[in-house]
Ligand binder design. Structure first.
Ligand code: ADE
Length: 342
């Protein structure tokens, strides 16, 4: 997951837009647009826990592409539970001692949010099982024949795990979550509402044509939509009177080299690699990454999900294949792989 400095539409959170995200992050269920089914299910889970008089709810697992709102939802859950939230990334927990420190510092009812859960060390993962099931931690003190285990009682807490790669979680870990939710790409109309809401919060004037255009190119991902809005705002403020017109939105997209379907250079390089170097595929992930000059993680987490959503790539047991629509979008003849002269 490198190349963040040149990333333009990558849904991965960069340092630059962290504050931006914080300003725009919905703080109530009413403010949260889209993912209706998930919202409803979570609300029921929380309501039920409250009715039972419990201080926390079942452990929840969110999976889906970056930028779709896993963190936002987690903060909303904590708010709804009236709980404090502690956030940590899976790879930041390096030792069992780190996990013990985090868990023993929780207060009754707290929400622990572990992002990138698939990158949690497997050895440490096993120590979470008793913590998740019985709210206790079994620590091993000493080494060899003198080693003893000590059981520590933990406060009751709710774990919220987030991952972009559900398949990388072990079955025992997955099974310890009471509910698992997949966050999907948003609908065009929801992204339009999100852009409208963000514009309102940022006190920006934006024309309907600009909203529609930015939404179309946002990879159906709120974080990308907000980032595009920011770029269009820059153009409107520097070159115009501050009003974001469709023309300024278009200028921003051109500047970022984003096409009408929201594809950026990286997407196009990947499609071209499959089509031109591997005759349309099937091609393996490693071969595609090398040819396109992109990290494998970036291909898996950023580019491929959207290319698959558009129906431009299909995954087969033998590798990735570019579809007819991908050829059409790039203006390459599907039959003989020759670029059409138009
Ligand atoms: N900003 C980012 N995600 C959002 C969402 N789902 N609803 C409203 N605003 C958002």
């Amino acid at each position: 997951m490198k190349n963040l400095s040149r990333d333009t539409t990558s849904p991965i959170l960069t340092e630059e837009d962290k504050t931006f995200d914080l300003t725009l992050r919905p703080k109530t269920w009413q403010d949260y647009i889209g993912q209706e089914k998930i919202k409803k299910n979570i609300q029921i889970i929380i309501e039920a826990a409250k009715k039972r008089g419990e201080s926390c709810c079942e452990h929840l697992l969110f999976y889906g592409n970056s930028g779709l709102g896993k963190t936002t939802l987690s903060y909303l859950v904590a708010k709804e539970l009236g709980a404090n939230i502690r956030q940590i990334a899976g790879p930041a927990i390096e030792k069992v001692g780190d996990l013990a420190a985090i868990l023993t510092n929780l207060n009754e009812g707290d929400v622990l949010f572990i992002d990138e859960l698939h990158r949690l060390n497997r050895l440490i993962e096993e120590f979470t099982y008793p913590a998740l099931e019985d709210f206790k931690l079994n620590l091993v003190l000493g080494k060899g024949p003198m080693a003893r285990t000590m059981e520590m009682k933990l406060p009751r807490f709710t774990l919220i795990g987030a991952t972009t790669r559900l398949a990388l979680l072990s079955a025992p870990l997955r099974n310890r979550f009471g509910a698992t939710f997949q966050l999907d790409f948003y609908k065009q109309e929801d992204i339009e509402k999100i852009i409208q809401r963000s514009s309102h919060l940022l006190k920006l004037e934006i024309e309907p044509g600009a909203i529609e255009l930015l939404a179309k190119c946002s990879r159906f991902t709120p974080r990308v939509a907000n980032r595009l809005l920011k770029r269009a705002r820059d153009f409107a403020q520097v070159e115009g009177q501050g009003i974001i017109t469709a023309n300024f939105a278009r200028k921003a997209l051109e500047f970022l080299e984003i096409d009408g379907l929201g594809l950026e250079i990286g997407d196009r390089k990947i499609l071209e690699a499959i089509i031109k170097k591997f005759e349309g595929g099937p091609a393996g992930l490693q071969a595609i990454s090398v040819s396109a000059g992109e990290e494998e993680d970036a291909v898996l987490d950023i580019y491929e999900p959207y290319l698959m959503q558009l129906g431009f790539i299909e995954r087969t047991p033998r590798g990735r294949v570019a579809t007819r629509s991908a050829y059409q979008h790039l203006g390459i003849s599907f039959k003989n792989n020759q670029r059409l002269l138009s």
